[in-house]
Each structure stands twice: as C-alpha cells, then as structure tokens.
Design a protein around this ligand. Structure first.
Ligand code: ADP
Length: 500
C-alpha cells in the first residue's frame, strides 16, 4: 500500500493530507495564517507563513498516522493561483507576495488589454487581462516599486515557492502557470509573444512541467526539517481549481462541476484548448496531459443566500430557509432574482452589475424570496454552462460541492435548471486530495489521473432532473436571461453616483 502526501497552500491556511492509494484519508492538518491588507484593496502574504504552515502540516500528519517519512511515496502541491512571489539573485524573498484577490492592478490590466487588444491577448495567452492575474502585478511593481523591480531574478507562484523550499528546484506546472497571463495555454509553454509585449524576461520564469511530472526531490536540508526522506519525489501538482477538480473526479469531457460556495464556479474538462473571447470564461490547462478546462465564475452564489439570511431572517438556519422554499412551487410564483450583488464575472464581466428581485407581488413571502435566490443562482450558473455548450462541451453529469450542496432542494433545482443529473462524491478534501492523486500518478502508483480517480472517488448521491419542472424553468431561464441586457444601463446609473 502506497502513501501519498497532498499540500494545498490556501489563502486562509494550508491544508495537508496523507492518504493511502485507495483514497482513504489517514490524516489531515490545517494551519491558518492571516491575510495582510496594508491598503484598501491590497492583499499580501509573507511566503514564509506558507512554509511554516507546510512544516507544521507535514509534522502533524506524520505524527497522527505514525508513518515514517520513508513510507511516503510522493508529494503533490496545490495552492491559491495567480500570486506573485519575487526572489532576488540570492533567492531571497523581495517583498510579501501579491495575491490573487489583490485589486491594485486595475490600471495595468487595462493597459495590457488596450495595448494588445482582445485578439492578440487571446491568441497568445488564451485569457483576458484580469487584475488578479500575475503579469499585471509585475507591471505594477515596475511602475510603483522600481528599485525592488530591478532586483527581481525569479518569479514563482505560491505553491512553487514551497516546491523551491522542499526541493531546491525552481519549477512550475501548466495548470497554475495558466493564471499568469504569460503562458501560451494552447501550447502549454511560456508565451514568447506575451513576454516580449510586456518586456518581462523569460529568465525570471521557471521551467514548466506537466502536473503529473516529477519536478524535483526533497533535499537533504528539507528532509531534516520535514521528516520526509531525502529524495522523495515532488510532482508538479496543480492550481487549486485544477487540483480540486481532480479531487472531485472532473477529469473527462461530459462531467461538469458546480461549486456552490460563497462564490460559484462551473468547471468542465475539455480535450482541446477552446476559448470564447469576451465571455468571461477562463480557459486554462488542466492537470492532465493533453486536457484543458473551462471555468465560469459567479461572484455571489452562496453569498446571495447568506445576504438574504443575514438581512431578512437573521439568526435563522439555512435548513429552515430552504425548508420554506421547498413549499413554494418551481418558479417562485413569478419571482426572479438576479445574483449580481458583488458585480459579476461570467457571463458578464461587469463590476457595476447589481442584483435585484423582479416580479414582487403581495403574494410573495420569505419562502418565495429564498426560492427565487436558489433559482436565480442556478440560472446564473447555467449561463456559464450555455457558454461552454457553444464551445461543444456536453453537460452530461453535474457534480455539486461547497456549502450549498448540503441542501437537497438546491441540488434538485440545479438538476432541473441544468437538465442534467446532479451527483455528490465522497471526497471533500478538495485540492489537497487532488494533489495527492497527482503525486501518486507521477510515481506510478496509478497508471493515469483517470485511474487514480476511478480507484478513489465514489458517487454518494444522485438526483435526476424532474421533467415536470422543466417547462417552468425553461420559461424562467429565458426571462432571467433577458434581464441583464435590459437593466445594464440602469445598474450602471445606480452604481455611478445615484445613491452611491
Ligand atoms: P466558502 O466558499 O467560503 O469556502 P462554503 O463552501 O462553506 O464556503 O459555502 C458557504 C455557503 O454555502 C453559504 O454562504 C451558504 O449560502 C451555503 N450553505 C451552507 N450551508 C447550507 C445549507 N445547509 N443549505 C443551503 N446552503 C448552505
């Protein structure tokens, strides 16, 4: 029996899991750390916090299981994407890492979008220039911290900094590198065109591996610190979205995942690099050789329900609220909800979009509002599915995860609105678990990532779409879709000066 270690460098903390090759969770550990916000909209973290959390996590899972370091067959890394870790010529960290959620690079990302234009940007990188991506952070430093910028010799992503500490190798892999805006996602290599256009030296960037390739081995000094054996293989691993998808078994075309967390994500594996410029869909390399993935992001999915509870029914439980919604028919008696409380990403990349209830009448009470929120979130997520369908992605089965997946009603609403069966799987440990499966594949414990998923992931519940609800929801969806284009100018008027 082989044992595998998976480490996920999250934004709030680092999760470490130790599993056996059958996928059994032998131990897990979570070490939290703070997010620094030195100015409004900024988000930074000292990379050493990740390393300390990694050391603590490895020690804890080895202690809990009683396994010796030599018994760990391989290590897989995952982590928050996009963050910029900057090292000087002596490999010293130059400044706190600038994270994915940092908002300071609005001007730089606009400059990239305008200078290159949509066509070149998508042809060279496959993606839009979003402020969270890595490249705009480098341009921001060039302008605002020129002395530090002049000392940059190496740029790493968060999990790759941990790889550097573990193996003394500078390396990354295709899925995480996809979020830099510097990777040619279709060809799975750094983009010479993007680097030249932004005047970023390629020598700053590490070699790019496939996610299942061995990228280095635990060094003698890291072995002494971690308790792992020197020489233990460290595989490429994956960005948290790609590794999380592996952990949920989303590794073949036809399977979609829908995360109903605070934000919502629709994720599909594809066999080709496909893009739809301007749609707000991300197209990244998947953590399997020769596979890509598409991703649509809704900013306020669970957050919409949370907002409703906090403001309309403070202190009430989600189960109580969804119980009230279950007594209301599909369609909430003519009430629609737009979930753009935080602006939107997909299908409308529009920070000034706003939410609303449309169709309120004297008949409606709290149960209707809750039902409309559950349905409105599912309609918004279906928008991402429709974009993916335009790229030829079949939506045969939808795997739901996140806090909202606890509600059988919400899962059924997703099944009915997506017109596809909805399943929930046994693995809930997300990216760290996926990273461990990638590690096992890299050292031959599994013949492929697909086999790793088959051997470790089981479907625990399955709900079929209800044909009697289909008609109401098709009408509801058509009305929902008509609203944003009609209200866009109104929303923008409201956010620019009318009442703040
Ligand atoms: P995060 O995305 O922040 O990690 P979660 O995945 O736990 O968080 O999702 C939190 C959201 O899940 C809440 O905002 C809420 O909308 C939803 N949620 C949590 N529990 C339930 C429940 N029992 N029924 C319906 N929705 C729930």
């Amino acid at each position: 029996m082989a044992y595998l270690l998976g480490i996920d460098i999250g934004t709030s903390g680092t999760k470490t899991v130790l599993i056996d090759e059958a996928g059994r969770m032998l131990a897990s550990a979570y070490a939290e750390y703070p997010l620094a916000q030195p100015r409004p909209g900024w988000a930074e973290q000292d990379p050493d916090l990740w390393w300390q959390a990694t050391l603590a996590g490895i020690a804890e899972v080895l202690k809990k299981t009683g396994l010796r370091g030599e018994e760990v067959a391989a290590v897989g890394l995952s982590g928050q994407m996009h963050g910029a870790v900057l090292l000087d010529k002596d490999y010293q960290v130059l400044r706190p890492a600038i994270l994915w959620c940092d908002q300071r690079t609005g001007a730089e990302s606009e400059w990239i979008a305008e200078t290159l234009g949509v066509e070149k940007l998508f042809a060279w990188s496959g993606n839009p220039a979003l402020p969270g991506f890595t490249a705009p952070k480098l341009l921001w430093m060039r302008r605002h911290e020129p002395a530090l910028y002049a000392r940059i010799q190496h740029v790493l992503l968060p999990k790759d900094f941990i790889r550097w500490r573990l193996t003394a190798e500078l390396a990354t892999e295709v899925s995480d590198a996809s979020g830099t805006l510097l990777l040619d996602v279709a060809r799975r290599r750094w983009s010479p065109e993007m680097l030249a256009a932004l005047a970023i030296p390629q020598s700053w960037l590490p070699p790019v591996y496939e996610s299942i390739e061995v990228s280095g081995r635990v060094s003698v000094s890291a072995a002494a610190l971690t308790g792992l054996a020197a020489g233990t293989a460290v595989v490429g691993g994956g960005g948290d979205q790609a590794a999380g998808a592996v952990g949920a078994g989303i590794v073949q075309s036809g399977l979609l995942s829908v995360a109903l967390g605070t934000s919502g994500v629709v994720f599909a594996a594809t066999d080709e690099a496909r893009i739809l410029p301007g749609s707000g869909l991300h197209a990244f390399c998947h953590a399997l050789p020769g596979k890509w993935h598409l991703m649509g992001v809704m900013l306020a999915a669970g957050a919409s329900l949370q907002w409703l509870r906090n403001n309309m029914a403070p202190g009430d439980t989600y189960d109580n609220l969804t119980g009230r919604a279950a007594r209301v028919q599909a369609g909430a008696e003519g009430l629609l909800f737009l979930p753009y409380l935080l602006g939107e990403r997909t299908p409308y990349p529009d920070p000034a979009a706003r939410g609303g209830f449309i169709g309120l009448s004297m008949r409606h009470e709290l149960g209707h509002l809750v039902r409309a929120v559950l349905e409105g979130v599912a309609y918004g997520l279906r928008d991402s599915l429709e974009l993916m369908k335009r790229l030829g992605v079949p939506g045969a089965e939808v795997r739901v995860s996140g806090g909202g997946a606890r509600s059988a009603l919400w899962r059924q609403i997703v099944a009915d609105i997506f017109q596809a069966p909805v399943t929930v799987v046994n693995s809930s440990e997300g990216p760290a678990f996926g990273a461990a499966l990638l590690a096992g594949t890299g050292v031959g414990v599994y013949a492929s990532v697909e086999e790793a998923c088959r051997k470790t992931i089981r479907v625990e519940s399955r709900q079929e779409p209800d044909p009697s609800a289909a008609e109401a929801y098709e009408k509801g969806y058509a009305l929902y879709r008509s609203l944003y284009p009609l209200l866009r100018e109104t929303m923008h008027g409201l956010t620019s000066g009318f009442g703040g």
